[in-house]
Design a protein around this ligand. Structure first.
Ligand code: C5P
Length: 419
C-alpha cells in the first residue's frame, strides 16, 4: 500500500511491546509516508530514541523542550500535521490520561490537539486490560472517536496467557493505511462515493441515530440466541453520515464491525431491551433515525442465573416472550420534524412486505433487501436494495459495495428531506 505524502504520528508508550513499534515505523516509512515518533518518558526504558529516529529519519520528540537548546516543540503543530495519529503500544496509564485529558507529556498533549483520526493499540497484562477502569477508559476513547485496535490473545510479558498482546505491526499498518487510502478515494473520486467535496456540509448540525448489528438474548450466563447480522451495513451508513457532517450516534449490537470515521459515537449494547433503552434516550434529540439492527424478535422470559449444566438429566426448555419493536415504538413517538428509516430483510413478497412495514411502523422510508438476491443481506460486503418512501415512490438499485449503498441511502434521504 502506497502512502506517499501522508503524515503519520506514532506515539510510543512504556510497555514491553514498544520494541514492535520499530517495525511499525519501518512499515510506514517503506510505504512512502513521513513518520514523526513521539515517545513518553517511560517508553525510552524499553526502546531507544536512536533506533526510532534512525528508522523514521527524524529526531524523536519526547520532551516539550530540547534540553540543550531550550527549543520548544509545538504539540499543536504536530497534531495538525498528522493525517493519522497512532498510539502503539498504548499502556493503561496513557489510555487513562488520554481518556481524562491529563496532558502531562508531549504525547497526550499532541493527542489533545490533533484533528487527525486516532488509532489506539492497547498492550498490557490481561488483568489490567480487564480492570473496570481500563474498560471504562477504552470505552471513553471509543466514544471520543478513537479507533481501538484490539489486542490479541497470547502469552504476555507476565507469562500469563490472555488478552493484552499488542496487535502485530503489519495488522496495525494495514488498518491505518486502508483508512487513509479509502478516505482519499472518497475525497478524490466522487463517482465511487456518490458525493463531492461539499459532502461534509450536507448533514451539518443534523443529529443522526443509527441502530446496527444483531442483538443477543441470554439463555444463561454463557449462552445466548442471536442472528447472522455483522453490522456492516449500519456501520457503513454511520460512517457515510459522519463524512457528510452529521453528529452520529451508532447503537451497535455485538459484532466485529466498527466505524472508521471519528464523528461516529458508538454505544455498545447487547440485548434488544438495552438497544431500546439507549434509543429512547437519544431519540427525542434526533433529526434522522435509521433502524438497521437485526433485533431478535423474541427473548427468554426467565434466563438462568447460573450456567445450565449438560450433566442435568432434564433437557432445558425456555419460555420466549416478544421483544419490543424499537422501530415501531419510536415510529409512534416520531414528530413531524423527525425522519425515520427502517430496513426490511425479506425472503418472499419482498416489496409488499416492506411497504406493509413502512406503514405499520410509521416510517418515512424503508430499505428493502432480499435474501433471494445473491450478494445481498447478512455478512456480505455488497448489498442490493430497493428504497420505498411513505409518499408511495420506489427506487431499485443494483448490486453494490455496502459503502456505495450507504451513499445511495443518504442521497435518497436528502432528496426526501430537502423537499
Ligand atoms: O419487522 P421486521 O423485524 O422485519 O422490521 C425490520 C425493521 O424494524 C428494521 O428497521 C429493524 O431494525 C426494525 N426492528 C426494530 N426492533 C425490532 C424488530 C425490528 O427496531 N424488535
Amino acid at each position: 500500500m502506497k502512502l506517499s505524502g501522508k503524515h503519520i504520528v506514532i506515539g510510543i508508550t512504556g510497555g514491553i511491546a514498544a520494541y514492535k513499534s520499530a517495525n511499525l515505523v519501518r512499515l510506514f516509512v517503506k510505504s512512502g509516508a513521513e513518520v514523526q515518533v513521539i515517545m513518553t518518558p517511560h517508553a525510552k526504558e524499553f526502546i531507544t530514541p536512536v533506533t526510532l529516529s534512525t528508522l523514521s529519519g527524524k529526531p524523536v520528540i519526547s520532551e516539550f523542550f530540547t534540553a540543550n537548546t531550550g527549543e520548544w516543540h509545538s504539540h499543536v503543530d504536530l497534531g495538525l500535521w498528522a493525517d493519522a495519529f497512532i498510539v502503539a503500544p498504548a499502556t493503561a496509564s496513557t489510555i487513562a490520561k488520554m481518556a481524562t485529558g491529563v496532558a502531562d507529556n508531549m504525547l497526550v498533549t499532541s493527542y489533545l490537539s490533533t484533528r487527525a483520526k486516532v488509532f489506539v493499540a492497547p498492550a498490557m497484562d490481561m488483568d489490567m486490560m480487564m480492570h473496570p477502569s481500563t474498560v471504562r477508559n477504552i470505552e471513553t476513547l471509543r466514544s471520543d472517536g478513537c479507533t481501538i485496535i484490539e489486542p490479541a490473545e497470547g502469552e504476555l510479558a507476565s507469562h500469563l496467557i490472555g488478552k493484552g498482546r499488542m496487535e502485530e505491526p503489519d495488522a496495525i499498518f494495514r488498518r491505518v493505511a486502508t483508512f487513509l487510502i479509502e478516505n482519499e478515494k472518497y475525497n478524490l473520486n466522487p463517482e465511487i462515493n456518490g458525493c463531492d467535496g461539499k459532502a461534509a456540509a450536507q448533514l451539518k448540525n443534523k443529529r443522526v441515530l443509527i441502530t446496527a448489528g444483531p442483538t443477543r438474548e441470554r439463555l444463561d450466563p454463557v449462552r445466548f440466541i442471536s442472528n447472522y447480522s455483522t453490522g456492516k451495513m449500519g456501520v457503513a451508513i454511520a460512517d457515510e453520515a459522519a463524512r457528510r457532517g452529521a453528529d452520529v450516534t451508532l447503537v451497535l449490537g455485538p459484532c466485529n464491525a466498527s466505524p472508521t470515521e471519528s464523528g461516529v459515537m458508538v454505544v455498545n449494547v447487547e440485548s434488544a431491551r438495552d438497544m431500546l433503552d439507549v434509543c429512547e434516550r437519544y431519540f427525542p434529540s434526533t433529526d434522522i433515525a435509521i433502524m438497521c439492527a437485526a433485533v431478535a424478535d423474541y427473548t427468554v422470559a426467565h434466563p438462568s442465573e447460573v450456567k445450565i449444566k449438560r450433566e442435568n438429566n432434564e433437557i432445558p426448555s425456555f419460555e420466549f416472550v416478544k421483544n419490543p419493536d424499537i422501530a415501531a415504538i419510536l415510529g409512534k413517538r416520531k414528530r413531524d420534524n423527525q425522519y425515520m428509516v427502517g430496513f426490511a430483510l425479506e425472503t418472499d413478497h419482498e416489496n409488499v412486505n416492506a411497504i406493509e412495514k413502512l406503514n405499520r411502523k410509521n416510517l418515512n422510508m424503508i430499505v428493502m433487501n432480499s435474501l433471494r438476491d445473491e450478494g445481498a443481506g447478512f455478512g456480505t460486503d455488497t448489498n442490493k436494495v430497493t428504497i420505498h418512501t411513505s409518499d408511495g415512490r420506489s427506487k431499485e438499485f443494483g448490486l453494490k459495495d455496502k459503502k456505495a449503498v450507504a451513499s445511495d441511502i443518504w442521497d435518497s434521504i436528502l432528496e426526501n428531506t430537502n423537499g
